[in-house]
Design a protein around this ligand. Structure first.
Ligand code: SAM
Ligand code: SF4
Ligand code: SF4
Length: 391
């Protein structure tokens, strides 16, 4: 039986002191950190609540009726999120991803999307605006999201079998409802590029060995030919409540061996630096890669660290800036906002914080957990939860 651990104390309350910098740091659009990694993506958690209880993210034992979610007054308002996003874009951010918790639970999320879609970029370059969802509210909201200016969407789905999916989401939620949401998203054009091709719709499957790895091939069979990108994510030791153990991780190379037995795939060139997934296309009968067949992506966060190109910052539900998914402290931008700091001051703060960034947790994971063998005891680490920091 897998071990469960609970946090020793609430890491949400801990944040790095954020004094206003003396020296102005202007936005040049080319901000980079100590390891020469640019600031390219901003992931914004718009709520710490969720209607699922995925064991790997919000286990029921911890996120129960007694769990204290953030009060509404502590959440960043839409105006605050939009203002910060504009300042991040001035620093060079080219992609905004709304996440959570379950972002579609945030009331009037389409109002925020419209505000973000209106952000001005340097040289009018395109801003990629996307959202990750568990799909439960997608069927009813897809059109509104599209109309508000959302361009693309990522839907999480961990199995094709209802029995297995219900074990994963732990709230008895059926696969068919998520599939209906995906279909609706496709119909309204969430995931179609400027040429009208399906290129943006992504499906995320977290693979937990011994729990849902038998669903890998059924998932590929289902999505094959639908022009979507199905991505397999190694179960990660994020947060401190999911009882992570190395033996529950199916390394991507093993996953690929299973795939290659049934499908003729070929590695694709990466589209951009900092891309998290190693992508593979399917070959058609003439042996050519055919994008209409879709693609698969492997996100090997545990077995092949990609910190060297990590260009993602995370803005927590209550406005703290985190420089790594595995960080234990964030920088309190909300206090700057609510203490009436000017745009110049906040821009300076962001510039100083990112330029001093040195995080690379996944590259040093084995120093924390010991060698990746199955019997390693779990350590209680002081980290924030993924539902709060945003996946
Ligand atoms: N609720 C939304 C959803 O599930 O898509 C958005 C938030 S969720 C935290 C974002 C992504 O993180 C999801 O694709 C989820 O599967 C993934 N995730 C959560 N916990 C994880 C873990 N321990 N290891 C790997 N991926 C995880
Ligand atoms: Fe909710 Fe997403 Fe976490 Fe599952 S992964 S519990 S759907 S926030
Ligand atoms: Fe980025 Fe941290 Fe993940 Fe490395 S461990 S890829 S630095 S978020």
């Amino acid at each position: 039986m897998s071990q469960r651990i609970i946090p020793l104390h609430d890491e949400r309350s801990s944040s790095s002191e954020l004094a206003l910098p003396q020296e102005a740091f202007k936005a040049s659009g080319r901000l980079s950190d100590l390891r020469h990694r640019p600031l390219h993506d901003l992931r914004i958690s718009v709520t710490d609540r969720c209607n699922f209880r995925c064991q790997y993210c919000m286990p029921k034992e911890v996120f129960d009726n007694q769990y204290k979610y953030l009060p509404h007054a502590d959440l960043l308002s839409f105006e605050e999120i939009a203002r910060l996003s504009q300042l991040f874009v001035n620093h060079g951010v080219k992609k905004l991803r709304l996440t959570g918790g379950e972002p579609l639970l945030r009331k009037n999320i389409e109002v925020l999307i419209a505000q973000l879609a209106a952000i001005k970029t340097p040289n009018d370059s395109p801003l990629d605006l996307t959202l990750t969802t568990n799909g439960s509210l997608l069927k009813q909201k897809a059109q509104t999201l599209k109309d508000a200016g959302l361009q693309r969407i990522t839907v999480s789905l961990d199995a094709m079998s209802d029995d297995v999916f219900k074990v994963m989401n732990d709230v008895d939620y059926p696969v068919a409802d998520v599939l209906a949401g995906i279909q609706r998203a496709q119909e309204v054009g969430l995931g179609r590029d400027a040429m009208g091709h399906f290129s943006g719709l992504k499906i995320n499957m977290v693979v937990k060995k011994g729990t849902n790895d038998q669903e890998i091939l059924p998932m590929i069979r289902h999505f094959y030919g639908k022009g979507m990108s199905l991505r397999f994510i190694e179960f990660m030791d994020v947060g401190s409540t999911n009882g992570w153990q190395m033996k529950d991780v199916l390394p991507s190379h093993e996953l690929m061996e299973r795939v290659a037995k049934e499908f003729d795939v070929q590695a694709l060139d990466s589209q951009s630096k900092g891309e998290t997934a190693k992508r593979y296309g399917f070959k058609n009968q003439s042996g050519q890669i055919d994008p209409a067949l879709g693609e698969i992506g492997l996100i090997s966060s545990v077995t092949q660290a990609f910190c060297a190109d990590c260009n993602r910052a995370r803005l927590s539900t209550e406005g703290k800036l985190f420089l790594c998914l595995f960080a234990s402290t964030g920088y309190d931008l909300k206090s700057l906002l609510r203490n009436h700091a000017s745009d110049e001051d906040i821009t300076s703060a962001i510039g100083h914080i990112w330029s001093a960034r040195d995080d690379r947790y996944s590259e040093t994971r084995s120093e924390v957990h010991g060698k990746p063998d199955a019997g390693q005891p779990i350590q209680v680490l002081k980290r924030v939860e993924m539902s709060y920091i945003g996946g």
